[in-house]
Design a protein around this ligand. Sequence first.
Ligand code: BES
Ligand code: ZN
Ligand code: ZN
Length: 460
Amino acid sequence: MTLSFAPASDPSLPLHVIAQSDLESWISDQPGSVATWVEHSGFTAGLGQTLLIPDADGAPSMALAGYGKPAGRARKRFPLAAAAEALPKGTYRIASGLSDDVLETECLGWLLTGYSFDRYASQSAAKARLVAPDGLDVARLEVLAKAEALIRDLVNTPASDMGPDQLQAASEALAQEFGASCSVIAGNDLLDQNFPMIHTVGRAAAQAPRLIEMNWGDAGPKLTLVGKGVCFDTGGLNLKPGSSMGLMKKDMGGAANVLGLARMIMALNLPLQLRVLIPAVENSVAGNAFRPGDILTSRKGLTVEINNTDAEGRLVLADALALADEGKPDLVISMATLTGAARVAVGADLAPFYTDSDKAADALTHAARAAADPVWRMPFHEPYEGMIEPGIADLDNAPAGGFAGSITAALFLRRFAVDSPYIHFDIYSWQRSKEPGRSKGGLGQGPRALLTALPEMLGL
Ligand code: BES
Ligand code: ZN
Ligand code: ZN
């Protein structure tokens, strides 16, 4: 797996990126031998097509990458990555055809073609390497690629090797790499230190429930990231059917995404004070599992009626958000694979987010475009507040009927983050089938948009 640019000193083949509409004029500018080769090759500059062009000795002298039509490119996150994945092993430098406004995104996409998840079997990642074009912020793009690879690895690793123990170990390793501090409250200590809902959700599992905390940076605005670390979600006693449970190793996708974002922030040395909170649990089934009908008292003191043990994410997040809020940071961001309803609303590709701040929402919306990390604002719709109030307790964790399920989950979380500006992401963190630059499986959703928006949101 290579997630870096090739050294500029490496011998490299010039790569011409050619949109379909430009092919004819490009050919007409070439010497006769090149024009003849291209015309006989069947190369039409379709998106992802590639062609090597030989010199008089038969050695490659240049390469072509088809860049298709605007409508086809608009369907891809990283259009050039399609060609990058198809090119033969070697080192390339972009000689023409990419405009400045897409250069950064396309180079990131190229780097990400180097990702593969090969922990359990060797995989074939793309073999074509790129020399960074002049003027590109190489260090930043490599940081983004490495953080994305971290997220994918964490999500792809099954619960057998990514339980609360290993999620803690991954957090500690990240903290150590960047000189951050990391501490953990686990098992019965959660009760002693008043994190009752994290304990309740995770107490039936073989590995103890815990709250992982990481701190980094000692000056600048305070940013707290909270990530859902449900290492496996069986649904608890309201057990998920097998078809829904199959993917639930990825229910720590929120934790993976905040660790990825934390990695970016620390590697780029952003001038802020970072706190990361990860409630890490497995939502499992045993004699001591929590039950439908139970009423829990949260860290904040709000009582919660459990109407479905499968709505566990908001419970563990609620205690972590309450702690986040106590620190009165300048911004709290939670990321979680929280609801199926979010998928019904916007599908797998968009990362829906909630915030009361129009400024933050605008910053994120613009940043998402620049960062090739699409997000979509959803409403904290106040008239639905009544739906999360069951009467017998302060809050209902699973309102009957399921209407507006992503919104009611977001409203639930907001009850625990009342003293700090708050953004919540309800993400999928999974790529259902391979796309250029995006491997099938675990995937970052939102961290690049957030990183890009942070300067505006926090006044950095
Ligand atoms: N982890 C799931 C949400 C989920 C499901 C995310 C599928 C991505 C894909 C969460 O814990 C859950 O089960 N939520 C329930 C809540 C419901 C019982 C109120 C859901 O969305 O069905
Ligand atoms: Zn669940
Ligand atoms: Zn879950």
